[in-house]
Design a protein around this ligand. Structure first.
Ligand code: GLP
Length: 241
């Protein structure tokens, strides 16, 4: 595991964007797994800057997002599809057929999850998967006590996650209670993983993910077993290391 400490949020975003740019420049047809949340917003900004400078072409990449809220349509401003469009896809050249997120409006979840896994498989697997981390150590929406062997599946969100994500919604009761998320097995199948964390509230989860017991109680702890993980941590998130 490589651990890079960035002096602030901006530097974390720059370093992460550089790593993604390098992946895309060295393999233009890369399959990139993207994450949402507040943490990677700066990274997307920096990536868009690199794109606008003409430093990279994005027309051949294929993307898969980690997760989507259940019951939110793509045009709902709180959906992850909307977030990705606003933060990245509307700024770069990429055909919509190359962009994939779980369909939060699907009526047959099992089929939707199997379809998502098949698409990742057919694309050749994920070259680089970006992750954030929840305060409880979740990755994607794989909450504590997830089955490590699960692939894309429907999850019930923890109260802590619902409370943490309420800041993006008009009120707590509008935060969906369920989501469709890549499973731990899907994430662990990525050839490279890039995890970002910022803020003191992530420090304990980061410490446990790196030094703690490998346990479903802290889903990110499984990353200790992945052969190619880079963590780019803003100083406060790294303060317990
Ligand atoms: C959500 C997302 C995760 C993300 C986490 C942390 O639960 N599903 O992918 O890592 O929030 O979000 P933030 O970066 O806003 O702290």
């Amino acid at each position: 595991m490589r651990i890079i400490i960035a002096k602030d949020y901006k530097e974390m975003g720059k370093k992460a964007a550089n790593m993604i740019a390098s992946q895309i420049i060295l393999k233009p047809e890369s399959v990139v797994g993207f994450a949402t949340g507040e943490t990677p917003v700066g990274m997307y900004k920096e990536l868009v800057n690199l794109y606008k400078l003409g430093s990279l072409e994005t027309g051949k990449i294929t993307t898969f997002n980690l997760d989507e809220y259940y019951g939110l349509s793509q045009d709902n401003p709180q959906s992850y599809a909307y977030y990705m469009h606003e933060n990245l896809f509307k700024h770069i050249h990429i055909e919509s057929s190359r962009i994939h997120l779980p369909d939060g409006m699907s009526t047959d979840i099992e089929i939707e999850c199997a379809r998502y896994e098949e698409k990742i498989y057919k694309a050749g697997g994920i070259d680089l998967q970006v992750l954030g981390i929840g305060r409880n150590g979740h990755i994607g929406f794989n909450e504590p006590d997830v089955k490590f062997e699960a692939r894309t599946h429907m999850v019930e969100l923890d109260q802590d996650t619902i409370a943490a994500n309420a800041r993006f919604f008009p009120s707590m009761k509008e935060v969906p209670k369920q989501a469709i998320s890549m499973g731990i097995k899907t994430i662990m199948g990525a050839r490279k993983i890039l995890l970002l964390a910022a803020g003191i509230e992530k420090a304990s989860a980061i410490y446990d993910a790196i030094y703690g017991k490998i346990t479903p109680e802290l889903p990110a702890s499984i990353l200790q077993l992945h052969p190619d993980v880079t963590m780019i941590l803003e100083e406060k998130a790294a303060s317990l290391l």
